[in-house]
Write a protein that binds this ligand. Structure first.
Ligand SMILES: [Fe+2]
Length: 263
């Protein structure tokens, strides 16, 4: 999701194969090598279990079919190639079909540490490990179901909840605070900042508070919400998310924690 595109998606051939260049494969290698060193004490164990299940190659960008095969076997999901930027309607329709949208390009070398637009490293490394867990996949599916069934006026708020959980969520564990969000776990810079820095705020997860929180997609997050457990997230499926959105709107948005350009 986003509004501007710097990158162009790479198109699969008739067999679904995407030909990545040597330079692009090297970029994947550099990113996965870096992240695998950074995440052991920063990612939740469910994410790390997902990585073990997926067994990403270190020397090349994995193909869509390889990743979809593992997701299909574990939770019934697939990844679907999309343009670098897609709209809410397409986004929610894909999730409703248990297809995770994957932008197929990989970042340039000047954006190794942090990338505003999602690239294939973000999609595969950041998102698909958690999608090997049925309850998490069901939580993501809920966004698709809701997004396709409610007035599009709710899409922005659903995206906000998605952003502050699936992309940038933290969770308390017996070993300490850990990341589950793909935006954190696919960024060498943000994975250290989100867990180790004393700059960002870290607040207990409260769904109304989350829905009242402004965010920007082009900066390190000024605030992270910390779940008591992953079950706190999964329990939302059985709750009235649209009712929470109505309540958050009634209460109004929190003061922005950054300068202008809010989402
Ligand atoms: Fe993402």
């Amino acid at each position: 999701m986003g509004k501007t595109a710097k990158y162009v998606a790479k198109q699969p051939d008739e067999n679904g194969y995407i030909a990545y260049t040597d330079e692009e494969n090297r970029m994947w290698h550099e990113l996965i090598t870096t992240q695998l060193e950074l995440i052991p004490n920063r990612a939740c164990k469910e994410f790390q279990q997902g990585l073990e299940t997926l067994k990403f190659p270190a020397d090349r960008v994995p193909q869509l079919d390889e990743v979809s095969k593992v997701l299909t076997e574990t939770t019934g999901w697939t990844v679907a190639p999309v343009d670098a930027v897609i709209g809410f309607t397409e986004f929610f329709e894909l999730l409703n079909n248990k297809q995770f949208p994957a932008a197929t390009f990989i970042r340039n070398h000047d954006e190794v540490e942090y990338l505003q637009e999602p690239d294939i490293f973000h999609e595969f490394f950041g998102h698909t490990p958690m999608l090997t867990h049925q309850k998490f996949a069901d939580y993501v599916h809920e966004f698709g179901k809701l997004g396709c069934s409610v007035d599009p006026g709710y899409h922005g708020m659903l995206a906000r909840l998605f952003w502050l959980t699936v992309e940038f969520g933290l969770v308390k564990t017996d070993e300490g605070l850990r990341a589950l969000g793909a935006g954190i776990l696919s960024s060498p810079k943000e994975v250290v900042y989100a867990l180790d820095s004393d700059v960002p705020l870290r607040q207990p997860f409260d769904v109304i508070d989350v829905l009242r929180t402004r965010y920007r997609i082009d900066i390190l997050q000024p605030i992270y919400f910390c779940l008591e457990s992953l079950d706190q997230l999964y329990d939302l499926i059985n709750q009235d998310i649209i009712g929470y959105i109505d309540e958050a709107r009634r209460l109004g948005m929190h003061e922005a924690l950054f300068e202008a350009k809010s989402a």
